[in-house]
Design a protein around this ligand. Structure first.
Ligand code: GLU
Length: 430
């Protein structure tokens, strides 16, 4: 038997189950597997991560003390290519969260039809109280502990919550020192100077916008008359806000962990970014009013774009949603138990594994460019991204319509079928 084997669908119910991302991920997998009529053995392979690693990292703090930080790397699947996915730094990282995130990377890469499996990493730490030197030492030790299990053909990390291009540069350097030569393709989301790709910082936000554009068209709306509420103002939320406001959408509210700002006429995103840079917060912005952060999520709007954390749309609050389109910029923002409530409201959902796949798609381009040693223009990157996102969106929506399932289950079915085909063709070794 496998450790932590899921018990029964009943375990998904109740508050505890609802907020465990692994259970939400498995519940959708169960639904999709059943509808696909998937072979029981193949379903088991898709359910369990192929490799899970836990490392306890001794790190010298600035004050001379030694602290131990726990880190994880889960490689959910390598059936279609190397494991691929970000590393997040946060105090509340759990192994189950990383497992869910790793499986979502597998499905995301399969929906986008790029030749990767899925992986995810996390380190339990609070980046707000760590110095750059401490973060660098955590990153280097994490990489050193795992270096045998990383590599351009093995597992290719990228940024996620609270990690960035600098973090990737440290990983690339540490890995390269162990390899004895510079190996840029071991991570993506790097600085341009070290083999990063043009367009990568904007990619997830751009992908969210492309998907929203399609959804808007599908509902017969016009983006110049569309209001947008965004949760999160980091890489995904901030970039989506910037690109979408430039494209004509009216961003009426931005919700962050420390407050929310609202302007019915649309926020000036560049001015808001400057205000946040200066004051450290979105609140008390001259171009908008402070509003309650819980309430802001339920404002009347055409588009709601959660781009922060998991579990923000739940069974307890989904009935209050007041949007026509839900574009999931974050991973896992909607719980399994919220899905039927969202559906009953007729909301057009662009599920996370489709909506935020622009980031990993340009990561794929970065990996290709590093391996070729030949770098593309931003125009080429954006054009190729648009091609992949268009195919992915159309495939998911057509699948949903032809199989009479919602967009999320369609995305899971499409992805799981692709991974299952790869597994069947490869066969079971051993
Ligand atoms: N962390 C991002 C995600 O969740 C990007 C992953 C990548 O580029 O590998 O999709």
């Amino acid at each position: 038997m496998i450790e932590n084997a899921p018990t029964s669908p009943a375990s998904y119910a109740g508050t505890e189950g609802e907020f465990n991302p692994r259970l939400s991920a498995e519940a959708r997998l169960d639904t999709a597997a059943q509808l696909l009529g998937l072979d029981e053995g193949i379903e088991k392979i898709l359910r369990y991560p192929s490799r899970e690693m836990t490392v306890h990292l001794p790190v010298l703090l600035d004050d001379g003390r030694i602290e131990i930080f726990t880190g994880y790397r889960v490689q959910h699947s390598i059936a279609r290519g190397p494991a691929k996915g970000g590393i997040r730094y946060a105090p509340d990282v759990t192994l189950d969260e990383v497992r869910a995130l790793a499986s979502w990377m597998t499905w995301k890469c399969a929906v986008a039809d790029i030749p990767f499996g899925g992986g995810k990493g996390g380190v339990i730490c609070d980046p707000t109280i760590l110095s750059p030197g401490e973060l660098e030492r955590i990153t280097r030790r994490y990489t050193a502990e795992l270096h045998e299990f990383l590599g351009p053909d093995v597992d290719v990390p990228a940024p996620d919550m609270n990690t960035d291009a600098q973090t990737m540069a440290w990983i690339m350097d540490t890995y390269s020192m162990h390899a004895g030569h510079t190996q840029t393709a071991v991570v993506t989301g790097k600085p341009l100077e070290l083999g990063g790709s043009r367009g990568r910082p904007e990619a997830t936000g751009r992908g969210c916008m492309i998907c929203t554009d399609f959804a808007v068209k599908k509902l017969g709306l016009d983006r110049n008359n569309c209001r947008v509420v965004i949760q999160g103002f980091g890489n995904v939320g901030g970039m989506s806000a910037k690109l979408m406001s430039q494209a004509g959408y009216k961003i009426i509210a931005i919700v962050e962990y420390d407050g929310a700002v609202y302007n019915a006429k649309g926020l000036d995103i560049a001015a808001l970014a400057a205000h946040r840079k200066k004051t450290g917060s979105l609140t008390d912005f001259a171009g908008g009013e402070n509003v309650d952060r819980e309430e802001a999520m339920f404002l009347e709007t055409e588009v709601l774009l959660p781009a922060a954390k998991e579990n923000v749309i739940t069974a307890a609050n989904a009935s209050r949603l007041n949007c026509r389109i839900l574009t999931e910029g974050a991973n896992g923002p909607t719980t399994y138990l919220a899905d039927p409530i969202v559906d009953s409201k007729g909301i057009f959902v662009v599920p996370d594994i489709l909506a935020n796949s622009g980031g990993v798609t340009v990561s794929y381009f970065e990996w290709v460019q590093d391996r070729q040693g030949y770098f593309w223009s931003e125009k080429d990157v954006n054009q190729k991204l648009a091609e992949i996102m268009t195919n992915a969106f159309e495939s998911v929506v057509n699948y949903a319509e032809s199989h009479k399932v919602n967009n999320r289950i369609a995305a899971y079915m499409l992805a799981m079928d692709r991974v299952a085909q790869a597994i069947k063709l490869r066969g079971i070794y051993g």
